[in-house]
Write a protein that binds this ligand. Structure first.
Ligand code: ZN
Length: 301
């Protein structure tokens, strides 16, 4: 049976864009629910300036309280060396870094051009690799930019080529549709092209459901050979640069789609649905995911 890894990103990408704040204890409980549902990789926190992202100010404390077991990997987002050092000190198993595929979005989001961000990556990679941590780089806005419009595939492949140069090649490259504009043929072409230029890297997909194409894009990425997909319980989240953005694709909806299509995810659908409902309760709203409303099929005995 083919299989794919689902990376649970609700604790970071999801919560970061929600109005309601979860307490540290609630974040730890959320991650515990995801792990109990079968998640083996979880984006647990970001180690960025807490003045810029106050939702993540308790990153160290969250990490300290998390359940640990063999094969369970926590990812910390870091955008510079200082962040990488914090993530490592806090016990993150993996360090994720972001390069934005358009210069305008990059300057707004990272305060740096693409070229400057790639230089930063080399320093972050050196820190993470010296500490023996796994590394991944997300190429954000890989399918379209809120400021510049279309993003060419040659732009994405040239960033991938720069990333893998020399000593700093990441273990994994993610292609992210940060503003939810991509469609499946674009996804297929992008994964095939990046596979060509970076054959040694694992590939991961990160999709937002802003225009309701997120699950179709995830399925296309899987079919094109992506080894991992990001998803968020309940489909929570958004994007500060896309006012009407909905969140990441819902973990439980993705599990339903893939498992019914014969792709093993290692996740338990019922537990995923229960976790999404719990999360909606904490956020004080109905989450965007469909499975927590419709339920699985066939209905569980
Ligand atoms: Zn995202």
């Amino acid at each position: 049976m083919p299989s794919i890894e689902i990376v649970e990103v609700s604790p970071r990408d999801g919560l970061q864009s929600e109005q309601a704040r979860l307490t540290t204890a609630e974040k730890v409980e959320l991650i515990g629910l995801a792990v109990a549902a079968g998640a083996r990789r979880v984006e647990a926190a970001s180690f960025v300036n807490p003045k810029r992202v106050p939702q993540m100010a308790d990153a160290e404390e969250v990490m300290r309280q998390l359940p640990r077991s063999a094969g369970l990997s926590y990812i910390g987002l870091a955008l510079n060396e200082r962040g990488a050092e914090r993530a490592i000190a806090a016990g993150c198993d993996e360090v994720n870094f972001v390069v934005v595929a358009s210069d305008t979005f990059s300057r707004r989001n990272q305060g740096a051009t693409i070229a400057e961000t790639l230089d930063r990556w080399r320093r972050v990679a050196a820190v993470a690799k010296a500490a023996g941590r796994r590394t991944s780089v997300t190429i954000a806005a890989a399918f379209g930019c809120p400021f510049e419009g279309e993003v060419g595939l040659d732009q994405v492949t040239s960033i991938a080529e720069s990333l893998i140069e020399g000593e700093s090649a990441p273990d994994e490259i993610a292609l992210a549709d940060s503003i939810g504009v991509g469609v499946p043929p674009q996804v297929t072409a992008a994964f095939e092209a990046v596979r060509q230029v970076a054959p040694a890297a694992k590939l991961r997909g990160h999709f937002h459901n802003t225009r309701n194409t997120g699950l179709a894009n995830a399925f296309a990425a899987q079919a094109a050979g992506a080894q991992a997909l990001d998803a968020s319980l309940g489909g929570i989240g958004g994007c500060p640069f896309a006012p009407a953005a909905t969140g990441n694709i819902p973990t439980e909806d993705l599990v339903y789609l893939l498992e019914r299509s014969g792709v093993d995810t290692g996740l338990d659908l019922q537990r995923g649905i229960a976790a999404a409902q719990w999360l909606g309760g904490k956020l004080g709203k109905r989450v965007p995911g469909m499975l927590e409303k419709a339920g699985p099929f066939p209905a569980a005995a």
